[in-house]
Each structure stands twice: as C-alpha cells, then as structure tokens.
Design a protein around this ligand. Structure first.
Ligand code: PLP
Length: 398
C-alpha cells in the first residue's frame, strides 16, 4: 500500500520509470516540455551545452532532433533546424543571415507570395530594402548584386507558380563574389531533385508542409545549413520561438520515409500530364521544366537528378478569366482544388487568388501570373485517371 494521497498519485504515478534497456525502432513522440536529471549539476551542464541533453522544449526536443538529423542527411547538410511553418523557417534564415536595418536583399521576383510580402512589407517596414529580379536572367541578377551589394540573395530552386529553374551554382558564384549569403527555397524540387548545399548555397529552406511531409496533414518548415550557422539559428529561436512541436515532427518524419518513392511517381506522372496538356486545344501554355521548350530545360537537365523534373506544372487556359478557371476547377472530380502542393493527392490552385493573393494585380501581371493560370501539383494516383479527370473537366467547363 502506498502512503501517498490520491492527489499526489494522480499527478506522479507511473511517470519517470526506469531507463529502458530497449531501443524503439521508431523514434517516440516526446511530449515532455521539460526534463529532470539525477543531479542539479547535470541539469546545469545541459543548460551550459557542456553535455548533450534537453531542458526545455523551445531549446530542443528528442523527436524534433530526430527529424532535424533526417532532413540534414537528405539535404547532405551539416545540421538542420525545423520550424512551425515554412514561413517561420524563411524568416529565421533571413535573420540568421543578418538581414537587418540598412541591409539589402536581392530576391527572385516570383518567389512564393508570402515570401514576397515578408520582404516587401514586413522587412521593408524594418528598414530592409529588397530588389526583386528575374532569377532566370543572370545578367540582371549580376547587375543587381553588383549595384546593391546585398546581405543576402534569396530564390527558389524551382519557382512558384511559373516553374522557372534557377541556375543555382551560377547565382551562388555571383553572390559569394560580392559577399552575399545565399538562401534557397528548395520546396518545389525537394532534395530528391537537387541538393543546393552541394552547389555552395548557405541556407536551404523548405516548407516541409509540402513534399517532405507529403500527406496534407502537417505544417512545418526547415533550414539546413552549416553547424556554425545553425548555432546562430538556435540562439535566435530561443528568443523568437516558432519551433516545431514533437507530434508534427513525428508525422513529418513518417512522411519523409517515402519521399524518394513518391518523387519517382510525381515526376513520371507530371511528365505525362505536361505532354498531354501541351497537345490540348484549350491550353495555350504549359510550364514544366521537363518539356524541351521550357526556357530553363537545359539548366534543369544539368542540375536535377537524371530524367526527373518534379511534380509541379502550371498551365494557361486559353482566353480564360477567373470565372472560366473556377468553372474548370469545380468540374474536376478526382483532382482537388485546395491550397497546398507536394501531396500524394493531385491538387489544383488558382495562384492569383491564393499563393499570390497578397500581391496587387499589377505586381502579379508584372511577374507573369495571368488570369487564366492554373497551378497543378500532380499527385501519385494512376496517371490515366488524372488525365481522364482533366479531360472531362476541360470539356465540361468549355
Ligand atoms: N515556400 C514555398 C515555395 C511555398 O510554396 C510555401 C507555401 O506554400 C512556403 C514557402 C510557406 O510554407 P508554409 O505554408 O509551410 O509556411
């Protein structure tokens, strides 16, 4: 019989049992916010980073660490730090690169809408100037870097939603020559297609909500970088938070395990869908790096894994306005109209009203996001079923 009261037992009974002498095959979800040690000296040494361990969830968590190690390995980087969303990761990378009042950033003009707004609205209100350039125009990129002497250059390996492919090594060389750090968003390509750190990039960021997680069930972001830069990131995150929780880390880790398998199918399906769309009379333009007429087809072929061009496509419906595009999207029966990408499901999105909603119509027109543009994240379903659905929706929404 225990001498403790039911109030005490309800709180403590069953917790903190003996240290297990077995190893779980899958990393468990550590939902503990804090950790105790045998002695106060041990706790103090962990706090002081003199010995490994965990003290408090904002400083680190074992499930989160497992995910960070996994993503760092997939990107072939020294270390990774995960965040509560892709935007939190991009924000953290900019801060770690010392983008602060008086600094300038050179960024691709068709970066994800919220990234564009983060720079042009939030960072600009804090005294950071951003010059947006066409990242595919290397002469313009070099001119901007020479003129601005930026603190950081930020672009996407494959852009959203126009699928421009950046010549990453060429941009890195220009940026480093003029003292800028390079932040690359590898969300659309995933490390299956390209590992930007191998091309000299300083920070790789992802919205892990997309291909890394892959199942539309978990929001998250990641920065992969050198061990030294990661120290700065961890110190920053202790102050601003934005950490990923252990449940989300566990789900993302589960998704990661099938990333290469999913990417094989995404790439195969997208290649067939892009070719089919190109021949369709209602489609005036198809943006897919795997098509021979894509302006950066050569760059993609040089930089990406052989015969893999990703799962993202965008296409223009001839003479379509918002109403016509909406009619097409509503007519789809298998493909879902939903605001995300990189999932097992096939998904369509209207960039003008979703990913690029934060931009003015003039800003959208300037970067080539027209009224008839549809973004298509090709899923891993049977490609014949995907094409049949597109066909019937294009027919019914005429
Ligand atoms: N980067 C790209 C290329 C994206 O497409 C997105 C979101 O769609 C983000 C970053 C932001 O990620 P999150 O929604 O996880 O914050």
């Amino acid at each position: 019989m225990t001498s403790k009261s039911i109030f005490t037992l309800a709180v403590h009974a069953g917790e903190r049992g003996p240290r297990p002498d077995f190893t779980p095959v899958v990393t468990p979800i550590y939902n503990s916010i804090a950790y105790t040690y045998e002695s106060m000296e041990d706790l103090d040494a962990v706090f002081a980073r003199e010995r490994p361990g965990y003290v408090y969830a904002r400083y680190g968590n074992p499930t989160v660490t497992a995910l960070e190690k996994a993503i760092a390995a997939l990107e072939d980087g020294e270390e990774a730090m995960v965040f509560a969303s892709g935007m939190a990761a991009i924000h953290a990378a900019l801060l770690a690169a010392k983008v602060k009042a008086g600094a300038t950033v050179v960024a691709a003009q068709d970066v994800y809408g919220a990234t564009y707004a983060l720079l042009s609205k939030l960072f600009s209100s804090l005294g950071v100037r951003t010059r947006f350039v066409d990242i595919a125009d290397l002469t313009a990129v070099e001119q901007a870097i020479v003129e601005e002497k930026p603190r950081a250059v930020l672009f996407e390996t494959v852009s959203n939603p126009l699928l421009k492919v950046a010549d990453t090594p060429a941009v890195v060389e220009m940026a480093h020559k003029h003292g800028a750090e390079v932040i690359v968003d590898n969300t659309f390509a995933s490390p299956y297609l390209i590992q930007p750190l191998a091309h000299g990039v300083d920070y790789v960021v992802h919205s892990s909500t997309k291909y890394l997680g892959g199942h539309s069930d978990v929001l998250g972001g990641v920065v992969v970088t050198s061990a030294q830069r990661c120290v700065t990131l961890r110190e920053l995150t202790k102050l601003v938070g934005g950490n990923l929780g252990p449940n989300e880390a566990w789900l993302t880790m589960r998704g990661l395990k099938t990333l290469p398998l999913r990417m094989i199918q995404h790439c195969r399906n997208a290649t067939q869908v892009a070719a089919w769309l190109q021949d369709h009379p209602r489609i005036s333009r198809v943006n897919y790096p795997g098509l021979a007429d894509h302006p950066q087809h050569e760059v993609a072929t040089r930089l990406f894994r052989p015969d893999c061009y990703g799962g993202m496509i965008s296409f223009e419906i001839t003479d379509a306005d918002q109403a016509k595009v909406f009619a097409f999207m509503e007519a789809l029966q298998l493909v879902l109209a939903a605001t995300t990408l990189g999932d097992v499901y096939s998904l369509v999105l209207y960039p003008a009203h979703s990913s690029h909603r934060a931009l003015t119509p003039e800003e959208r027109a300037q970067i080539g996001i027209g009224e008839g543009l549809v973004r298509f994240s090709v899923g891993i379903e049977d490609v014949e079923d995907i094409i049949a659905d597109l066909e019937q929706a294009l027919e019914r929404s005429k």
